[in-house]
Structures are given as C-alpha cells and as structure tokens.
Design a protein around this ligand. Structure first.
Ligand code: ZN
Length: 269
C-alpha cells in the first residue's frame, strides 16, 4: 500500500513538473516569436506621437529602443483591472520601464512579472470603486502578496505620455522605485546603478536639494520631501520628462542624475 502511494506521489510530481516545463517552453517560444517579428509601424507611430524621449532619439538608438520595447512586452504580463488594455497602453508601460535604464541594456526588471492598469487612481488597499477609501494613489509597487506587481492608473499613465514636456510621470516614477528596490531596499540609493563611492556625495546632494524645497526655493514637487526614495523617484521624473529645464535650474542635480543613469537626455533634443 505504502509503495503504491509512493509511486502515485512520484507520478503526480512528474506530471506537475512536465506541465510546468511545457508552460515554460511555450512561453519562451511565444517571447521569441514577438522578439523576432519586425516592429509594427502602428507601434512606431504611437511612440513618435506620445513618447517625447523616443521621438528625440537618433535613428540608430530608436531601433534599440524598439527592440527593448518588444522584449519587455514579450516577457511581462500587462493587463487591466476593470479596464481595457490596448497596444498603446502596453507601449507606454514599456517606455516607462526602458527610459531610465536605456543605457543598461541587459537589465529587464527581473523583480517584476506583472503590470496591472487600473481605470483611475486608487486607495492604499488597491481599491478603486465606490467602496474605496481615499483614492489618491496613481501608481504603486507591490509588496508582500503583491510582490512582483506594479499597479498604475491608466489615465494618469496616458497623461504622463501625451508627447509634451512635464516634470512628472507616474510610469517612470514607479519604475524608478523598482530599480531602487532591486538591491532589496527602497531607500533612494539604487545600488544596481551606483558605485559605492557615489553614495555619500549623492546623499549630500539630496539633503541640499531637500533644504531648498523646504525653504520654498525650488520648483521640485514637495512630495520629494517624503523620504529619500520618493526624492529619487520625483527628481528622476523631472530628469527624463524635462531634462533641459532640470539642467538649467538644477545643474548639480542634473549632473548627479546623468551619472547615475549614464545618460544625458537633454542631448537627444
Ligand atoms: Zn513613489
């Protein structure tokens, strides 16, 4: 009797393993298919219209951006909760992820599997309907049972990518938190990008800029004062959405950010 139970257990285990391998192989084949297809013209049109960063890239780097977009869309699940998800929405999510790490081509957010788009802002329990509390959150990186998930308000993501300059962008903001989180701590010091010797000078710069914001001598969003992690996310939005303005008004900060992200987005303009 015990022998039969043991054999059955082994068979069930093998069956589960087989199903898992089948699912994995199928997924990898599908990913390869997407990556090997030419970049659709309709996608290119959307990127040109909505993503200012992409529009301003030189042609050879546009091709690189497109390849990264295909890879991101192939590898991640992007779906909607009570809202439809179009190709345009997927492209805007991918752009949010790729822009900050454009010069780190081998990194494709291993700590994220799923991006959920919501029909609007939501409360701290990810509720968006009538029963929700204060719906003032536009985006969030999941923790605990939501680990590996990013939630974004679809209308706010779309507003962030309307093809014009801003100093805020919810998509970039959340992906900066994910880059920061990759070393295990969301602390405003993304160690995957930082050389160790850079930490102290950066923190000194953070304190200096925070003081200016507190004194009312800065156009950086006061939300940056929440903590070091929010500071990094807020100033990075500004850096990627309006690099010319940041360079003019905060040249030191611009220099720090361009060293961290290894790019000078104002040069593409
Ligand atoms: Zn944040």
């Amino acid at each position: 009797m015990i022998q039969i139970i043991t054999i059955l257990s082994i068979l069930i285990f093998l069956l589960i393993l087989l199903l898992f391998i089948k699912h994995f192989v199928k997924r990898k084949i599908r990913e390869k298919e997407i990556i090997n297809q030419p970049f659709p013209d309709t996608w290119r049109e959307i990127l040109n219209k909505r993503v200012r960063y992409y529009r301003n890239l030189p042609d050879d780097r546009k091709k690189e951006f497109e390849d990264r977009v295909k890879r991101f869309i192939a590898e991640k699940s992007i779906s909607g909760v009570d809202t439809e998800v179009t190709d345009e929405d997927k492209l805007l999510v991918a752009a949010s992820a790729i822009i900050p790490l454009f010069n780190f081509p081998y990194y494709n957010y291993p700590n994220v599997q799923e991006i959920l788009l919501y029909p609007g802002s939501f409360d701290s329990k990810f509720q968006t309907g009538d029963k929700a509390g204060q719906k003032n959150i536009l985006g969030m990186v999941g923790n605990g049972y939501m680990n590996g998930v990013v939630v974004l308000s679809k209308p706010d993501l779309k507003a962030a990518f309307d093809g014009t300059r801003h100093t805020n962008n919810v998509g970039i903001h959340e992906f900066i938190h994910l880059i920061d989180k990759a070393d295990g701590a969301v602390d405003g010091v993304p160690e995957i990008l930082f050389k160790h010797s850079y930490v102290l000078p950066w923190l000194k710069e953070v304190r200096k800029e925070m003081k200016k914001i507190k004194e009312g001598h800065s156009d950086i969003n006061v939300y940056a004062l929440t903590n070091d992690a929010e500071f990094l996310a807020v100033v990075s939005e500004y850096f990627f959405d309006n690099p010319e303005k940041l360079k003019k008004r905060h040249p030191e900060l611009y220099k720090f950010l361009s060293n961290i992200f290894r790019q000078e987005p104002d040069k593409y303009v």
